[in-house]
Design a protein around this ligand. Structure first.
Ligand SMILES: *Cc1c(COP(=O)(O)O)cnc(C)c1O
Length: 394
């Protein structure tokens, strides 16, 4: 009998089974489902990036194993982009490394820095990949519950109270809560983690998906952050390139080396042609990225204003393409032991309005009582979704 490994068996149960089943059923019955559940941009990758890939794919030099450390020009262009965007200098040969999407790097890093039994601090709620990555490396997870009252940021005094942690993962702008962190938060975080010898892993996948012109900072802007921090960046959300698999890690050179060593034993780097496409992305006309932001901004207004108009009080996100909403009070009563309020809410939206949202509990216990809606559908569909929801919650 073939059995899964203990590490696979230790993964938490997949919470969305029931919702997924209901979703497939709805689609199978030909119902017009509006999907607010997907964290994947609906728009095409910009043409200049596609063209760069086509050209690079024709070049036989790109048909071989890529260099482990990436195409040198991509590394220098990332460093240049980083300097322009955050004012931070990165040494392209030691302080950054291209990745097959940032999730790949997140999954591999713990294998290079965590020993079995080491404590790793994760926020609750959080992007589920961190949990799997730490657990595959044998790390012991300590959850730090986040609260709306603290803007979904971990409290510095709580981190101060944690004993013997090896690393902490943070993600701002945040998936799923859409919370943002300012430079002061990062300064305090770096200070406390330095005192306690905790490695900081920062996930900045949404650095360019922001509103009202307020640009999210990088933790590496903090003086001395490079002594203890590594930051993950992604082309996926910024350039509508989720399917291409391209990202990078940057920061502390020892952490970068640890990640690079794991990677060189697992994969052989990113297809060179995709790295050249990445260079084209970094050199895109900034106005085109501004257009993407404006599009999300209109969708955000449509959803927030629409839901407020039907009596659902929701905070407007400052960044990311997610709206994190406290479930309407009619779903907040206690339900059966086998389900949760946010699951119940999502299930009702699907059953009664053919609308898919993500139950907050899927991102951790502290996400219970919330749902996540993604602005990855056109504005007219958002208007339709609001109309339908009016009947359910109105
Ligand atoms: C989408 C996402 C990523 C993964 O990005 P890839 O570069 O496509 O692997 C990482 N972190 C968070 C929080 C995300 O939402």
């Amino acid at each position: 009998m073939i059995e899964f490994s203990d590490r696979l068996k230790a993964l938490p149960p997949y919470l969305f089974v029931e919702i997924d089943k209901a979703k497939q059923e709805a689609i199978g019955q030909g119902r017009d489902v509006i999907n607010l559940g997907v964290g994947d941009p609906d728009q095409r990758t910009p043409q200049s990036i596609i063209d760069a890939l086509k050209k690079a794919a024709e070049d036989v030099n790109n048909h071989h194993y890529p260099f482990d450390a990436g195409v040198p020009q991509l590394r220098t262009e990332i460093a240049q982009w980083f300097k322009n965007r955050f004012g931070v200098e990165l040494d392209p040969s030691t302080e950054l490394h291209p990745l097959i999407g940032s999730k790949e790097g997140i999954a591999h890093l713990p294998l290079g820095i965590i020993n079995p039994g080491n404590k790793v601090v994760l926020t609750d709620p959080a992007y589920p990949a961190y949990q799997a990555a730490v657990s595959f490396a044998g790390g012991k997870i300590q959850y730090l519950p986040l609260k709306a009252g603290n803007n979904w940021l971990p409290r510095i005094q709580d981190i101060e109270g944690i004993k013997n942690a090896k690393a902490i993962f943070v993600c701002y702008p945040n998936n799923p809560t859409s919370a943002t962190a300012d430079k002061k938060f990062y300064e305090d975080l770096v200070a406390v983690c330095k005192t306690k010898g905790i490695i900081i892993v920062s996930d900045l996948a949404y650095s360019e998906v922001y509103y009202d012109g307020i640009k999210p900072p990088s933790i590496l802007e903090v003086e001395g952050a490079k002594d203890i921090a590594i930051e993950f960046h992604s082309f996926s959300k910024t350039y509508c390139m989720t399917g291409w698999r391209l990202g990078w890690a940057c920061g502390n050179p020892t952490l970068i080396t640890a990640l690079a060593k794991v990677k060189s034993n697992c994969d052989s780097g990113v297809f060179n042609a995709i790295q050249y496409a990445g260079i084209a992305a970094l050199n895109m006309d900034p106005r085109d990225i501004e257009d993407m932001r404006s599009e999300y901004q209109s969708r955000r207004e449509a959803l927030i204003n629409g839901l407020r108009s039907i009596g659902w009080k929701i905070d407007s996100p400052k960044a990311t393409f997610y709206v994190w909403a406290k479930i309407p009070s009619k779903f907040s009563g206690s339900t059966s032991l086998t389900t949760s309020n946010s699951m119940e809410c999502a299930k009702t939206f699907l059953d009664q309005a053919d609308i898919i949202v993500t139950p907050g509990v899927g991102f951790g216990k502290a996400g219970e009582g919330y749902v996540r809606m993604a602005l990855t559908i056109p504005t007219e569909r958002i208007h339709q979704a609001v109309e339908r929801l009016k009947k359910v919650i109105g």
